[in-house]
Design a protein around this ligand. Sequence first.
Ligand SMILES: Cc1cc2nc3c(=O)[nH]c(=O)nc-3n(C[C@H](O)[C@H](O)[C@H](O)COP(=O)(O)O)c2cc1C
Ligand SMILES: [Fe+2]
Ligand SMILES: [Fe+2]
Length: 396
Amino acid sequence: MQNTKRISSDLIYVGASDRRLHLFENVYPIPFGVSYNAYVLLDEKAVLLDTCDKEVTGAFLENLRYALNGRPLDALIVNHMEPDHAANIARVLDLYPDAEVYLTLAASKMLQQFFGAAYAPRLHTVKEGDSLNTGRHTLKFIAAPMVHWPEVMVTFDETDGVLFSADAFGTFGALNGSLFADEEEISRFEWDEMRRYYANIVGKYGVQVQNLLKKASALPIRMICPLHGPIWRENLSALLEKYDLWSRWQGEEGVVIFCASIYGNTLSAMERLAALLNEKGVKHVRLYDLSAQDPSFMLAEAFRAKAAVFASASYNAGVFIKMEELLHDLKAHDYKNHVVAYVENGTWAPSAAKTMKGILEGQALTVAGETLTIRSVLSDEAPLCALADALKEAIL
Ligand SMILES: Cc1cc2nc3c(=O)[nH]c(=O)nc-3n(C[C@H](O)[C@H](O)[C@H](O)COP(=O)(O)O)c2cc1C
Ligand SMILES: [Fe+2]
Ligand SMILES: [Fe+2]
């Protein structure tokens, strides 16, 4: 059954949600699904902005057919060639033989890699600042390389002030009837999922996101239509503010304690540290046992917190596995500009702290307090108190 949604008088949502997929990009858990957004603009020209993932092909094509209501499709704008948005390009071009494609040069090469050279005559490469007039609307193309892949562009409808932002400003989570972010108050959970999407998918490319934000700040944006998650038409400043913080690797609040513990003694000390932080008035303290968590959530928590405590058992002259994984993941996402502290535990030759620091070496981080070395069990609270004080002061 068609499930299109009208966004404005001539803009229609033709995307679809997947509630069955277990892992996005075959690695990130999405317990609440994901939406693949696509949009049809019905002007003198009928324009489709991006397609959808192969898992929602049926729903997407039905929506597209319904939105076009018998009209031919004149143009397809490809903002991003990743298969979660590009999988159905060939299907669309075969079904709608009049459709001409507008995309960057890099995207044109990728399209031909994925679907063959036969479509080449229908591809029109566009550059930063080029535009497409569709009748009443003028669509301007803006390069956004590495906001997620190198070929990415975003499209700005100058007539109505709508930014089609590709993966930027997207989030995990299927749509639940409503299409607009303002139809429900954005809960902590929703910001958390948005941050998890940002950190894992785009987090490494903060510099490129900053470039896009700079370009966006010069545009009279009234609405943001991303490729995943709800559309933003109110409170855009809150969204842009979060993106500005995240893309500068600026923590938002509080302290996160990441603990990798074999027998539980390091964890027991960190329970006490969390309590001491709370007693000292530090808000937004969260403690995680890394063995019980999915790494994508931990990466997002590292982006959120102003300070992170890395507490780990020593393991074969190194650091316990889950902590090693987290630190490599942080480094891969260029984690920096945060406050960090190190706690290690060892029974004969503590090695965790040296290994942890080695992995994060070269990242611009501020270390709070002294490295705390626990020998099997911590019985003296004084070093935890000192660490709590140092953390509190560092995030003020
Ligand atoms: C496979 C394995 C390797 C370990 N390697 C080291 C080591 O290299 N150096 C050390 O001091 N302790 C080592 N340990 C011991 C633990 O790090 C130590 O008992 C620590 O106190 C455990 O803290 P926890 O109670 O938080 O798990 C190892 C333990 C295991 C199971
Ligand atoms: Fe992408
Ligand atoms: Fe995507």
